[in-house]
Design a protein around this ligand. Structure first.
Ligand code: NAI
Length: 671
C-alpha cells in the first residue's frame, strides 16, 4: 500500500517528508497516517540527514486534524488510550530525531496537524488568508491528545496555549507569528526555501516568554486556574461540557511537564472520548458534514437578484456579496434599499477588516429598483411581505423575464410553496430557501420543496446554499417547515408556564440548564414577539394548538421584544434585564419545556417533512440551537429511553393538558 508520507532527500542532505494521503483531498491524522509517519521516521533515522522538512502535498492545507470518523469506533477509554498513546510515541520520535526538524505549513494546520508541527523544532507558515493554525478539539468535547496540551504551553506559554485550547478558535498567520506559534511567515513561494534556511541557521528553538514561565510555576498556577475557571463557569457548565475544565485541570496539576504531562493528557482525553458529550459532539460534527455534502456537484452561481430589501432580503443580499456574488437588490424605492446598504457597509467593515476587500464587497452589491437584474440573475430570491397575493403578483411579473434554468426562490417562513407556486407558468420552478434571522449568524437554511417542485430545482437550491457557505436542510413544504415547528412548542410552553405564575427568569434558567443556548422567553424576545405570534398562529391553525393569550396581548401593546426594547423582558443595551435570582420553579418545568420539542420532532418525522431522523436532529441543532452535546432531540429521546419519554409526556398531559399527548409516531422511532 502506498504510504501517506513520501520521503526524498535533496542535494543538501535535507530530508523532505511530504504528507499526501492517497485518494483523499485533505490530509487527516488517521491511525494509518501516523503509522506511515512512524515508518517514514525510521527511514529518516537511517538516512542521517542534516535536517528534515515536513510538508503537505495537498493544496488546501497541511493537516486538518485527527480522523474524526475513527472516533466513532472507540467504545472504551482503554481503546482511546491505546490510540492516543501510539500517536504520542510517533510524535516523540519526531521530536527526538538527532537532526533539526521544521514543519513548513500552509492552509489548515489544525488539531493533530498543529500538534505534529509543534513536535518539530521550528515552524514556518505560508502567508495567505487561508493559513489557519489552531487546536479546536474542545469543539468535539475533547482536548489535544498527541502532546499538544504540553507542547503548546512550552512553545507559546500558558496564556496563549490555554486560549487556543479553551476557545478552539484558530489563529491567522500574523497572529500566529506574533504569539510565537510559528517562527516565520513568508510568501507561499518562499516556504520551502525558508524552511531549509531555518534548518541551516539552526537558531535556538522558541520557548515561552519569561513571564509565561513564571506563570507556569507550580505555586502560581492554582491562582490563574481559579480565575480562568470562574470565567469558564459563566460560559459553560462542567456537567454539559467537561473538556475545557479538563484542559484547565491538566495544566493546573502538571504545568505542561513532559514527565507527567503526556501520560496525564492521554488518560484525560481517553476518558473524555467516552463521555456522552464528546460522542454527541462528534455526531453533530458528522451531521454537519452530511449537510455540507448534500450540496456536492458543480453548478456555478454568480449573480443573485433579491427582491425586498427589508430585514431578511437586505441581509441575504449582503451575505451573498460577502461570499463573492454579484448582487442586485430591489425594493419599491431607493429609500427603502438605502438602510440595507448602510447595514451592509458596516457588516463588511466588521467582517472583512481589510478596507479594500470591504469596498470590493460593497461594490458587488447594487440597488436595482427597476429590477433589471432579474433577467441576468442565476438566482432570484423573493423576500417581500409575508402575504400570498403580493408574492404571487410579483412572480407573475418576473417569471417571464428570468433566464431559463435560473432559480426562483422564496424566503417565506410560513406560506406553503404549493400555494405560492399556483399561478406560475412552471409551478415546479419555485423552491423555498428559508434563511433565518440574523442571516450572518445562522448557519442553517431550509431548502423547502413543494409537492410539485422539480427535483433538479431543489438540488440546485442545495448547491446555491453551499455556494453561500450555509448548511442546507432539505425538507418538504409543511406548516412551520422543520425549525419553527420544533421551536414554537418550546416558546409556547414557556409562555403558558409564565401565565401560570412561574417567574420568567426561572423559566429561562430551566432552558439553559438543559443546555439550550437561550431560555425560551429570551429567545422569543430576540426573534420578535410579532414574528412568534404570526408563526404560532400558522401552526395553531394547522395542528389545532392553543396560542398563549399573553403573546397576543403583548403584541397588541406593541411590545415586540428586543427590537423595540420591551417584550417579556425590558431590554437595555441589547441585554434583557433580569432579577438577581431566577426564583422558584416547579419540578416538571424542564421536561415541560423540552419534551414538546421532542414530540413535535417525532410528529414532523412521521409526516415526512424530512427524509430521516438524523436530518431532523441536524435541523434542530443548527436551526434551533438544540443542545449540541445532547446530539439532537430524537437522539436525546433515544438516549433517555422512548418508553420513559412517552410515559413522562403522559404525566404532563394529565397535569397540563392535551397539548402534551404523545405523538403516534413514537411507536415507529427506531432505537
Ligand atoms: P420586511 O418587512 O422587513 O421587508 C419586506 C420588504 O419588502 C420591505 O422593504 C418592502 O418595502 C418590500 N416589498 C414589499 N412588497 C414589495 C414588492 N412588490 N416589490 C419589492 N419590494 C417589496 O420583511 P422581512 O422580515 O425581511 O421578511 C421578508 C420575508 O422573509 C417574509 O416572507 C418573511 O416571512 C420571511 N422571513 C422573515 C424572517 C424574520 O425573522 N423577519 C425570518 C425568515 C423569513
Amino acid at each position: 500500500m502506498t504510504s501517506s508520507w513520501l520521503l526524498h532527500t535533496d542535494s543538501d542532505r535535507i530530508a523532505w517528508l511530504v504528507c499526501d494521503t492517497p485518494g483523499a483531498s485533505t490530509n487527516v491524522l488517521s491511525a494509518q497516517v501516523l503509522a506511515d509517519l512512524d515508518a517514514a521516521l525510521s527511514q529518516v533515522a537511517e538516512l542521517r540527514p542534516k535536517g528534515v522538512v515536513l510538508r503537505s502535498g495537498k493544496p488546501n492545507g497541511f493537516i486538518a486534524g485527527a480522523d474524526i470518523k475513527e472516533f466513532v469506533s472507540i467504545r472504551t477509554p482503554d481503546q482511546g488510550y491505546a490510540l492516543v498513546r501510539a500517536g504520542q510515541c510517533v510524535l516523540d520520535r519526531l521530536q527526538d530525531l538527532p537532526c533539526p526538524s521544521v514543519a513548513a505549513v500552509h492552509g489548515f494546520v489544525l488539531g493533530g496537524g498543529l500538534e505534529l508541527a509543534l513536535a518539530c523544532r521550528y515552524r514556518v507558515g505560508a502567508d495567505d488568508d487561508r493559513l489557519s493554525l489552531g487546536l479546536p478539539e474542545v469543539m468535539l468535547g475533547i482536548h489535544p491528545g498527541f502532546g499538544g496540551t504540553v507542547r503548546s504551553v512550552q512553545v507559546v506559554g500558558a496564556r496563549t496555549a490555554l486560549d487556543l485550547m479553551l476557545q478552539g478558535r484558530p489563529l491567522k498567520g500574523a497572529r500566529a507569528l506574533s504569539v510565537g506559534l510559528i517562527d516565520a511567515l513568508v510568501p507561499p513561494a518562499d516556504l520551502e526555501q525558508r524552511a531549509k534556511q531555518l534548518l541551516q541557521q539552526a537558531p535556538a528553538p522558541r520557548t515561552a516568554r519569561v513571564v509565561d514561565k513564571f506563570l507556569n510555576l507550580a505555586p502560581v498556577r492554582p491562582f490563574i486556574a481559579r480565575r480562568i475557571a470562574g470565567t469558564l463557569r459563566r460560559k459553560v457548565r462542567r456537567e454539559h461540557y467537561p473538556a475545557p475544565y479538563a484542559i484547565l485541570d491538566l495544566w493546573r496539576r502538571y504545568g505542561a511537564s513532559p514527565r507527567h504531562g503526556y501520560e496525564a493528557e492521554a488518560r484525560s482525553i481517553s476518558a473524555l472520548m467516552a463521555t456522552p458529550t464528546s460522542r454527541n459532539l462528534v455526531r453533530v460534527f458528522l451531521l454537519q458534514d452530511r449537510l455540507k455534502g448534500l450540496g456536492g456537484g458543480g453548478r456555478e452561481f454568480d449573480r443573485l437578484h433579491v427582491i425586498g430589501a427589508g430585514v431578511m432580503g437586505g441581509d441575504i443580499a449582503a451575505w451573498a456579496a460577502l461570499r463573492g456574488m454579484t448582487v442586485t437588490l430591489q425594493d419599491r424605492s431607493e429609500e427603502l434599499v438605502r438602510p440595507a446598504l448602510d447595514r451592509a457597509k458596516v457588516f463588511f467593515g466588521k467582517r472583512l477588516k481589510d478596507p479594500q476587500a470591504s469596498a470590493q464587497a460593497y461594490a458587488r452589491l447594487r440597488t436595482d429598483v427597476e429590477g433589471a437584474g432579474v433577467a441576468t440573475a442565476d438566482v432570484v430570491i423573493e423576500a417581500i411581505v409575508e402575504s400570498i397575493e403580493p408574492k404571487r403578483a410579483l412572480y407573475a411579473e418576473i417569471e417571464p423575464k428570468m433566464k431559463p434554468g435560473a432559480l426562483l426562490a422564496t424566503n417565506t417562513s410560513s406560506i406553503e410553496i404549493e400555494t405560492l407556486a399556483k399561478n406560475l407558468r412552471d409551478p415546479g420552478r419555485l423552491v423555498g430557501i428559508h434563511f433565518f434571522n440574523p442571516v450572518a449568524q445562522m448557519q442553517l437554511v431550509e431548502i423547502v420543496s413543494g409537492a410539485g417542485t422539480h427535483a433538479q430545482v431543489a438540488h440546485d437550491a442545495l448547491l446555491f446554499a453551499r455556494r453561500l457557505d450555509k448548511l442546507p436542510l432539505p425538507c418538504r413544504s409543511a406548516p412551520g417547515f422543520v425549525v419553527n415547528r420544533i421551536l414554537m412548542p418550546y416558546i409556547n410552553e414557556a409562555i403558558f408556564a409564565l401565565e401560570a405564575g412561574v417567574p420568567a427568569d426561572a423559566i429561562d434558567a430551566a432552558g439553559t440548564r438543559f443546555g439550550m443556548p437561550m431560555g425560551p422567553l429570551e429567545l422569543a424576545d430576540v426573534v420578535g414577539l410579532d414574528v412568534c405570534l404570526h408563526v404560532g398562529r400558522v401552526l395553531a391553525e394547522a395542528f389545532q394548538r392553543p396560542v398563549p393569550a399573553v403573546l397576543a396581548s403583548l403584541v397588541e401593546q406593541k411590545k415586540w421584544g428586543r427590537k423595540n426594547g420591551a417584550g417579556f423582558y425590558v431590554w437595555r443595551e441589547g441585554k434583557p434585564v433580569r432579577g438577581a435570582q431566577p426564583g422558584a420553579a416547579p419540578d416538571d418545568l424542564e421536561d415541560r419545556l423540552i419534551l414538546p420539542m421532542l414530540n413535535e420532532a417525532v410528529a414532523a418525522l412521521r409526516a415526512g417533512v424530512v427524509a430521516d431522523a438524523d436530518l431532523l436532529d441536524a435541523g434542530a441543532v443548527f436551526g434551533t440551537g438544540f443542545a449540541p452535546f445532547r446530539g439532537g432531540p430524537l437522539h436525546y429521546a433515544k438516549t433517555r429511553g422512548i418508553a420513559e419519554v412517552t410515559q413522562r409526556l403522559g404525566e404532563l398531559e394529565l397535569r397540563h393538558g392535551a397539548r402534551f399527548r404523545a405523538d403516534p409516531g413514537w411507536a415507529s422511532v427506531s432505537v
